[in-house]
Design a protein around this ligand. Structure first.
Ligand SMILES: NC(=O)c1ccc[n+]([C@@H]2O[C@H](COP(=O)([O-])OP(=O)(O)OC[C@H]3O[C@@H](n4cnc5c(N)ncnc54)[C@H](O)[C@@H]3O)[C@@H](O)[C@H]2O)c1
Length: 326
């Protein structure tokens, strides 16, 4: 198939936090019938199921991925299936298998079937000791201390290798913590920045699993979706990086996050009970430098903390009033 003639898209991990909203954005942009959503076991939402095709696959089982690529004549993959940081520390070998074998399967299928383009998400979890904590640059020491981070560094390098060695056009960003109100996060370290909004609306208070002075890079979902779509549309000749773009939007401590919520809900309270996720949070940067993404494909975020808070609380309140939050 000639490049850019038409898109037939597969989304892996489409039932997940990012995949679920990305699938709807892709269906809107490229036509619902051209976007196949896939999950592992979790049933999809009614919206996902009724708006276009859906199949179950296991990315660690190459034949199951190949079958849907053939059946739907796929030419582009957004590979969102993964095991995230906190679950990855509980189950390191599952994390390795899904994140590494799953990625290699997708990349191999990309080469064998001459796919046009593959999106390979990375994370701020690529960093660890030795990297600067403030305005962490694109190029710096990558020595993560979590299995998740190990798979993300290896995944970036593997995808870059496939680009250079096999000419496979794969691209990816290092997402910061992603905050959203459609689908709950799947077991990462930045989940507190989502949970705090849900509990603010449901209970008026939140018990946070990291300390109040914990600062991490974060991003609101609409910006994460925009980054994903924009990078995938960028002309390949403009890209010097491929699978390791830093993208930044905002950085805040939990105290600042709770303060932003209190501007809308003055009665909101937050208490702190740090658990094992504190050490993971402490190993990641506070803020990141995204100059390469801005220069190579025009990245620019729209939401800051207070704009995100207003939108999150308005959406969650609407859902709560409709009896959709438990
Ligand atoms: N959400 C964030 O804050 C964040 C931050 C940085 C990077 N990322 C990356 O973005 C991508 C998407 O993350 P997310 O937050 O949507 O994750 P998520 O955990 O919400 O969703 C991942 C999905 O992958 C599925 N999955 C797990 N094992 C599978 C398998 N063997 N086969 C097929 N599917 C399988 C899960 O069922 C889940 O629905 C991941 O690569 C993640 O590492 C996310």
């Amino acid at each position: 198939m000639a490049q850019n003639e038409m898109k037939r898209i597969l989304v892996t991990g489409a039932v997940g936090q990012i995949g679920s909203e990305l699938t709807m954005a892709l269906r809107e942009k490229y036509g619902a019938d051209n976007v196949l959503a896939t999950g592992r076991k979790t049933p999809p939402s009614k919206e996902l199921l009724e708006s276009g095709p859906f199949e179950y696959i296991d990315v660690a089982d190459k034949a199951s991925v190949e079958a849907v690529v053939d059946k739907y004549e796929i030419d582009t993959i957004y590979h969102m299936a993964a095991i995230l940081s906190a679950v990855g520390e509980d189950k390191p070998w599952l994390c390795w298998s899904v994140n590494m074998d799953g990625l290699k399967n997708v990349l191999d299928i990309g080469v064998e079937k001459k796919l046009t383009r593959i999106f390979v998400p990375s994370s701020i979890a690529v960093w660890g000791p030795g990297a600067p904590l403030e305005m962490t640059p694109n190029e710096t020491v990558l020595k993560p201390t979590t299995m998740y981070g190990v798979t993300k560094v290896a995944g970036e390098l593997l995808a870059d290798y496939y680009f250079k060695r096999f000419g496979l056009d794969c691209r990816g960003v290092r997402y910061p913590g992603i905050i959203s109100h459609e689908t709950l996060p799947g077991g990462g370290t930045t989940d507190y920045a989502v949970g705090i909004y849900y509990d603010a609306v449901i209970k008026g208070s939140y018990e946070c699993f990291v300390r109040e002075d914990t600062v991490l890079p974060m991003m609101y979902m609409p910006d994460a979706i925009k980054a994903t779509l924009d990078l995938m549309e960028a002309p390949v000749e403009n890209l010097k990086h491929h699978n390791d773009f830093n993208i930044a939007a905002m950085s805040f401590s939990v105290t600042e996050l709770a303060g932003s919520i209190r501007k809308v809900m003055p009665e909101f309270t937050c208490t702190y009970k740090p658990d094992s996720r504190q050490a993971i949070a402490d190993s990641w940067p506070n803020s990141i430098d995204d100059t390469a993404a801005r220069e190579e494909w025009g990245w620019k975020p729209a939401f800051d903390l207070d704009a995100m808070t207003e939108d999150m609380l308005a959406n969650l309140r609407r859902k709560h009033e409709a009896g959709l939050l438990v």
